[in-house]
Write a new protein. Structure first.
Length: 268
């Protein structure tokens, strides 16, 4: 399964494509605002708005350490660092994403506040009780073993720490169209109902604080695009296949098969 995830997401030249697009549009690469990357580095339903929803629910500040699991090329991690002041570590299974995250973070002058590592959500490369909070945006759909996933998130989070998960969840029975943004085939696709996350969290000893369903955000994201598209997009991240993935995800949302849900848990 690890190989399938790496093959789905892994592709070379991510930073080169982004830099070329920005350079051709006249951006000063020596003084680049991180926000200009949002169209490409927020790889989840709702994009930046989804990230803002998660950031607003995290009660952390400059004294805290945050782990972002499944960080991709670092968009959410950079936003969390800027909006909370916390020190942020991003971890992702795909080496190409981690390499791009490091390069882009250096490019926008934020490497002193954020670091990135290659690692799996089911075997996190950190000691117990390392972080004050943990976030995970659109990762669980790649993970079959939700019990192990939740156990690892709980293990690395300190007592009284918050775990926030913003994932695509199954809302009614039906066949999803593939490829989807998180998997090219159903063989390695594991979206599940919210209840399965809650059961896995309870098994890991976590206290469930509450959920918020962001279906309206998903409908707007797929059906009401901005009048002026961003300079860099998810196509620069995933290549030309991204268009079909996005269309399929939009179809699943419009049919009511899936919805992004934010789940909050607390470590006792």
């Amino acid at each position: 399964m690890t190989e399938s995830v790496e093959q789905h997401y892994g592709n070379d030249g991510i930073v080169q494509r982004i830099v070329e697009a920005l350079t051709q549009s006249g951006f000063d690469m020596e003084n680049l605002d991180p926000d200009v990357l949002a169209g490409a580095d927020e790889f989840h339903i709702g994009g930046r708005e989804g990230t803002i929803q998660v950031a607003s629910a995290i009660n952390i500040n400059a004294e805290h350490q945050l782990l972002d699991v499944g960080c991709g090329i670092g968009g959410a991690a950079r936003f969390f660092a800027r909006s909370t002041g916390a020190s942020v570590t991003g971890v992702d299974l795909t080496p190409e994403f981690v390499g791009a995250a490091i390069e882009l973070t250096n490019l926008v002058g934020m490497s002193g506040q954020i670091d990135f590592k290659v690692g799996s959500a089911t075997d996190l490369p950190f000691m117990d009780d390392t972080f004050d909070a943990v976030t995970m945006l659109h990762v669980g759909m790649n993970i079959a073993d939700k019990d192990q996933m939740m156990s690892e998130l709980a293990r690395v989070c300190r007592p009284q720490g918050t775990i926030l998960i913003y994932d695509v969840t199954i809302t009614k029975k039906g066949d999803l169209p593939y490829p989807m943004p998180w998997s090219s085939t159903p063989q390695f696709s594991f979206p599940e109902p919210v209840e399965n996350y809650e059961k896995a969290a309870a098994q890991a000893g976590l206290r469930h604080i509450g959920n918020s369903d962001h279906y309206d955000l998903a409908v707007k994201f797929f059906n009401d695009p901005p009048a002026a598209p961003p300079i860099v997009t998810l196509g620069h991240l995933m290549g030309p296949r991204m268009m079909q993935m996005k269309d399929n995800a939009a179809e699943a949302v419009n049919q009511g098969l899936i919805s992004p849900v934010m789940m909050e848990f607390r470590v006792p």
